[in-house]
Design a protein around this ligand. Sequence first.
Ligand code: NAI
Ligand code: MG
Length: 355
Amino acid sequence: MTTSYRIALIPGDGIGTEVLPPACAVLDAVGRRHGLAFGYDVFDWSCRRYLDEGAMMPPDGLDRIRDHDAILLGAVGWTGVPDHVSLWGLLIPIRRRFRQYVNLRPIKVLDGVPSPVAKATSDIDFVVVRENVEGEYSEIGGRLNRGFPEEMAVQEAVFTRAGTERILQYAFDAAQQRRGHLVSATKSNGIVHTMPFWDEIAEEVGARYPGVTWRQEHIDALVAKVVLDPARFDVIVGSNLFGDILSDLAAAVSGSIGIAPAANLDPDRNFPSMFEPVHGSAPDIAGRGIANPLGAIWSAAMMLDHLGHPEAAAEVSDAFTSALATNDARTPDLGGNATTNEFTELVLGNFARHR
Ligand code: NAI
Ligand code: MG
């Protein structure tokens, strides 16, 4: 019996368009082994579209993808289009309208991927759970007196009980299923309203998880520890802003930004979740066929997990781990000479070998 899925593909700009075909090839290959069939609908929503038509996506864009089983996104961003346009014109509407309130980023140091952090070894294995729809990234605020000396800007951070509780609960659940350790990022010594609120809810939620040992750490000290001693972490949970910074930092610790995956999840499954590599459109290498497709392939593995196929996801991760460790298949960002296609072929070859 075959289970079919409809996937909305949004390649985006630059290397976004180069890393999604490898991710789909891997999905198709692993799907054949597990009775999964993927059908893809491609949407050209991008900065290129914005320059041609004045919008990142059509007005009914979200309606066109709301019935898909999942969304795979490459990357958006291009010169001539301000980053806030590409973000607020596409990514943030998808995350918010589809209630993707969890941003999940696994951090692992893989064999064959040199980390810039000396102590980063293969015992590094943690996840950053970022709140993805509220917090510091709110539209509430405004500017007054533009152009005058008394010009001002105000931006309000919004923390709701429901939003804070559900992200903490997701993170504690994740810790319970992993090694039972959690760190909650805070800054309640300086931010005196929202962060104490976050801490209180962390206490409440934490009390429901006797099997999880946890503590809160101030974000400034915490980022230093992620660099100095990354192996001590299991789950780190943070607000939208803190989680954003932590997850990019952690991705850098694990080696190349080109390998880091991310998931934007609606854990309630009312809407499709979105899977995307952490990296951007990399205009500096776009069009040369040398982008590392691993971030996109790993994101596709997270999609398999979310769709309820952990065995298939594990096979993908075995396939890319051994491709990296045993072959001279590394792309230039990892110090090798392989092209995007050469690396992808090696990953695909590993499935064939396991037949
Ligand atoms: P970037 O991630 O595109 O590139 C940073 C550096 O890492 C570049 O030197 C690039 O060549 C390298 N790199 C990134 N991904 C790679 C890969 N898969 N293989 C090999 N090397 C890779 O970040 P940057 O340069 O700050 O942003 C470029 C554009 O991408 C901007 O317009 C930005 O707004 C956008 N962007 C979009 C994101 C998204 O769609 N989620 C995330 C981050 C940036
Ligand atoms: Mg970021």
